[in-house]
Design a protein around this ligand. Structure first.
Ligand SMILES: [Fe+2]
Length: 469
């Protein structure tokens, strides 16, 4: 029997119209444009100079087989340049070998992550046969002279900052030789980029450090004491520690092979918290209740105490990856971790519920921050993210801005005289997209400027502000 005869059948198209993350404000954008001097309502502050970059899942062609948001898709990076009171826009796909091959064929060749289909050599050649789609579609990071489109757990793709053209897959001088998750953390004090990665085989979990100039300071280093593969999306960084929450979302290949899901929620295992000293000394472990964490806002060594404080969004369980009788709910939580005693004290901050995408002023990473912004859903677990919450940690007050559109992750925008928050939003009524610039000292007052985007910017995921000079 020839290889041609044994090649698996290409999966059927995904029903995009009925897929929540392939339709409406999440529908993929296929246009790539360069547009200068965007139309603006209000006035862009004169003291704001820089570029906002945002990455997100955006399948190049209508997907086949399966589509699991936010992991599947191809990557599209959007860049909004702001300066001298004006705004300019460019967007580009990240051109992985899969995207390039599909553009030649003019249709999707690779399927989603969960159906196990891979294309045969007769269709894509021997080098790409049997491969899975590369997915550098979660986040965008600039560090050490590299602009990187980050995947959930893989090597990133390096982009040309001048035109967003795809340069190549990049192992970052070996620090990402085994891959990286999408949320490495930059220490503004040392200039180091600290990262971790998880894989399905032992040692399951590693961490690494890249120096200010892009050279590897610590190659991938196993986290001792991990005995199974877990999904861990984000980390917190303090001056002394990497903080990882090992929540009980387990990769289970046997379950997948017997028809179950690849990810299994096993709350009986509880959550283990690793405090990994950045100096390489012994890891401290803390046991906690089962919870799920997608994202941390920040972490810092508690001033005047030998403890560590982390602010994060805590979920009751990972909605979408676990079948539970009640909807998953979330809240902004502060946890004080005591490595010596092995204790955790958690406090819910504010009254906001069902929030996500916590961000701080990135200049305050590893240090005590003043404000956390999150995105919330007014209608509980259903509907689009539609509100921005601002949590003032010194006063304990909380304010909310509801733009009347689907809104994305907030980004802190430092100006030379004032600071701002920004976010992309899309009006589901007419599918027009906008970038809102809010005053950081009173964001609930609404935007100082609304930049009208020339094309729709699909909802989700993460972005970064690159200050201009
Ligand atoms: Fe994320």
């Amino acid at each position: 029997m020839s290889a041609e005869q044994t090649a698996p059948t290409r999966p059927a198209p995904v029903d995009m119209a009925h897929h929540a993350h392939l339709s409406g404000v999440f529908a993929p954008q296929r246009q790539e444009v360069d547009v200068s001097d965007l139309s603006v309502s209000g006035e862009i502050p004169d003291d704001l100079q820089g570029s906002y970059l945002r990455n997100g899942p955006n399948p190049r062609f209508d997907p086949i087989g399966s589509y699991v948001y936010p992991l599947d898709g191809d990557a599209m990076v959007h860049r909004l340049d702001i300066g001298d009171g004006a705004a300019h826009y460019r967007n580009r796909f990240v051109r992985t070998p899969m995207v390039v091959a599909e553009e030649k064929a003019d249709h999707a060749i690779w399927s989603g992550l969960t159906d196990g289909y891979t294309p045969p050599a007769s269709e894509v050649g021997p080098e790409l046969a049997g491969t899975f789609r590369q997915l550098p579609d979660i986040n965008v990071v600039e560090h050490g002279g590299r602009l990187l489109a980050m995947a959930e757990s893989d090597q990133p793709y390096r982009l040309d900052p001048a035109d967003l053209a795809t340069i190549a897959r990049d192992d970052c001088d070996g620090a990402m030789a085994v891959g990286s998750t999408a949320h490495p953390k930059l220490d503004p004090e040392t200039g180091e980029l600290v990262l971790f990665n998880y894989v399905l085989e032992a040692p399951y979990l590693t961490w690494a450090v890249i120096g200010r100039d892009g050279q590897t300071l610590r190659p991938p280093t196993p986290v001792d004491g991990v005995d199974r593969p877990l999904m861990i999306h984000d980390m917190a960084l303090t001056s002394r520690y990497i903080v990882l929450f090992l929540c009980p979302l387990v990769f289970d290949i046997e379950a997948l092979l017997s028809g179950g899901g690849l990810l299994q929620w096993q709350p009986d295992s509880g959550t283990r918290i690793a405090l990994i000293p950045r100096d390489g000394s012994a890891i401290g472990w803390i046991d906690a209740e089962p919870m799920w964490v997608w994202h941390f806002a920040n972490g810092f060594d508690t001033p005047g105490a030998d403890t560590v404080t982390v602010d994060y969004v805590e979920w009751t369980y990972p909605g979408g990856f676990a079948d539970m009788p009640t909807p998953a709910t979330s809240a902004l939580v502060r946890a004080v971790l005591d490595p010596a005693r092995g204790t955790i004290v958690r406090t819910t901050m504010g009254a906001s519920v069902n929030v996500e995408f916590p961000r701080v002023d990135d200049r305050m990473l590893t240090r005590s921050h003043a404000q956390v912004a999150t995105v919330g859903k007014s209608d509980g677990d259903s509907g689009d993210l539609d509100s921005l919450w601002f949590h003032d940690l010194s006063s304990g007050s909380e304010s909310c801005w509801r733009p009347g559109v689907a809104i994305g992750e907030p980004i802190y925008l430092p100006g030379t005289e004032h600071d701002y928050w920004g976010a992309f939003g899309t009006d589901p009524a007419d599918m027009s997209s906008h970038f809102y610039i809010l005053p950081a000292d009173d964001p609930a007052a609404g935007p100082l400027a609304t930049v009208h985007m020339p094309i729709r910017v699909p909802a989700g995921l993460h972005g970064a502000w690159l200050p201009g000079t």
